[in-house]
Ligand binder design. Structure first.
Ligand SMILES: *Cc1c(COP(=O)(O)O)cnc(C)c1O
Length: 525
């Protein structure tokens, strides 16, 4: 690398000094090790590069009119600057590897490093989806072994391994249900899907995407679904129910088997949103509860990493009634050989969800997690995550307001993997759920899930998972108690001005979502 490439060509001499209104403004705008990082387009130039590549030999272009006539203008940096740029950006992320991340429903559990080691083995990491099948039998074996575990843990007959997220899995399961109705001659007759109002937004979105109308089922006062409500809603227009269990209020749906019977007797299928399977894995099999299709978010239950909408994996387990409609590709074992059936012709398969076989990196990680825990360890993880959630709930119930516990007979039952509170304890303090969450950021915690589920006012949904030690739970509980007492004591400034210490303050997320600015425009010179 030549010396001039190492120079900061084009770098503004004074980075944005943004800290002027703070107690101790700095010249650079940096706050000790929290370093401001401009965009690559602001800090780099097209001339800078981390590598010296000789000009290509003259060759005739075969691109014709499509050949670019001007340089592409992508900004670059030297190698050390590139390293710093991306490391600094990564340090702006909060991750489960940096602290407690009690986001309810999303299940942010520790990703064991042995998973990463296995996923990086060249035999798994460096394969190509278009390789001849006989050269990737080992990878197929991994997919098949994982598939086998998923079926055993859920008590089901088949599993589609290709869907790439929970929501994608919902789509897969609902397409299998739609295909089964079509095969039974019900095309166009069964047009409705029943969905409780506490459901995750992806459930109604999926049903509508597949072409169904959504009929909302009211949640009972205790946060669960009443079988009577399902009985009343059933008709020969209903194609399926989509029910989450444990539900998004962190409660086990006690009447799930009765609900399944009602749905089946009415000729419909039972789709279970399995995002919360981490709370019951190794203890209860959804297949035994009457479930026909359920996605498993590998990134929630089996510790594979989350990533902004991907790369996830959402395998879908299917009951005997739906097994034949599973998407291609699916594996067929012939003696010692595994064949991937790639085409739906000659099968009842509804078709294909993805270009290839799914997320191999997630399959290897999830299988590592399962094999390193074993059957008893899987069960222990579920028990520990439930214990941790109940410890939080029990330790905060005297100062915060647990949902569905309002002095009513029979409502004081343990939570599953999540502790849910409403904002009643903040009444009259001038502090909202949002303000409370922002103050948690100053204390070094990623906030819990807020304002979801919608059936709980100002909801705060806390999921510690099994990853947290008692010491870390105690620190979290002490912090939540301190914040609560502070809000009740009228120290509103601590909340309304929060976060004081985060690099970004309160952003207008609604405006950002409605009017996203997706194009970078250089600042006027
Ligand atoms: C996370 C979640 C989903 C969607 O899963 P993705 O993997 O994020 O697509 C669906 N339902 C519930 C209850 C969830 O928590």
């Amino acid at each position: 690398m030549s010396a001039d490439k190492m120079n900061n060509v084009g770098r503004p001499s004074t980075p944005n000094a943004v800290a002027s209104n703070e107690a101790h403004p700095t010249f650079t705008g940096n706050k000790a090790l929290q370093i401001n990082e401009p965009l690559l387009y602001e800090v780099g130039t097209p001339e800078q590069t981390g590598v010296d590549i000789a000009d290509p030999r003259k060759a005739t272009s075969r691109l014709g009119d499509l050949a670019r006539s001007e340089p592409i203008g992508l900004h670059g940096l030297s190698e050390p600057e590139t390293m710093r740029h991306y490391v600094r950006l990564s340090q702006k992320n909060f991750a489960i590897d940096s602290g407690m991340y009690p986001l309810g429903s999303c299940t942010m559990k520790h990703n064991p490093r042995i998973n990463e080691k296995v996923a990086r083995l060249p035999g798994f990491a460096d394969t190509h989806p278009l390789q001849p099948q006989h050269t990737v039998q080992g990878a197929f074996e991994v997919i098949e072994t994982l598939a086998d575990w998923l079926m055993k843990l859920t008590g089901t007959e088949a599993v589609a391994m290709s869907p790439k997220a929970g929501a994608h899995g919902e789509l897969c399961g609902m397409m299998a249900i739609e295909a089964a109705h079509r095969a039974a001659g019900n095309a166009g007759k069964r047009t409705k899907v029943l969905i409780p109002e506490s459901a995750h937004g992806t459930n109604p979105a999926t049903a509508v995407f597949v072409g169904y109308q959504v009929q909302t089922i009211k949640t009972r006062e205790d946060g669960t679904v009443d079988p009577q409500a399902i009985k009343e809603a059933m008709s020969d227009e209903v194609a399926a129910i989509m029910l989450t269990n444990p539900n998004t209020c962190g409660l086990f749906e006690r009447d799930i088997m009765e609900i399944a019977d009602i749905v089946h007797a009415g000729g419909a299928y039972f789709y279970c949103d399995g995002a919360n399977f981490n709370a019951i894995m190794g203890r209860a099999k959804p297949g035994d509860l009457g479930v026909d299709a359920m996605h498993i978010n590998l990134h929630k239950t089996f510790s594979t990493p989350h990533g902004g909408g991907g790369p996830g994996a959402g395998p879908v387990v299917l009951s005997k009634a739906l097994a034949a409609f599973a998407p291609v590709p699916f594996a067929k074992r012939d003696g010692g050989n595994i064949e991937m059936v790639e085409h739906k012709e000659g099968t009842k398969s509804f078709g294909r969800m993805t270009a290839f076989h799914g997320q191999m990196g997630m399959n290897t990680r999830a299988l590592s997690y399962i094999l390193s825990h074993g059957q008893d360890g899987i069960r222990q993880a579920a028990e520990d995550c439930v214990l941790n959630a109940n410890y939080i709930k029990a330790s905060l119930k005297d100062v915060m307001s647990p949902a569905f516990e309002e002095q009513k007979e029979g409502f004081q039952r343990p939570a599953m993997h999540e502790a849910l509170f409403h904002d009643g304890f903040l009444e009259g303090t001038g502090v909202s759920t949002l303000d409370f969450a922002k103050a948690m950021i100053d204390e070094g915690f990623h906030p819990m899930t807020m304002y979801f589920p919608l059936v709980v006012h100002g909801a705060m949904l806390i999921e510690p998972t099994e990853s947290e030690s008692k010491a870390s739970l105690d620190q979290f509980i002490a912090t939540m108690r301190d914040l609560t007492l502070s809000a009740k004591a009228g120290e509103t400034e601590r909340f309304l001005g929060a976060p004081f210490y985060a690099p970004m303050k309160r952003m207008d997320e609604t405006l950002a979502a409605r009017k996203p600015i997706l194009k970078w425009v250089p600042a006027p010179q």
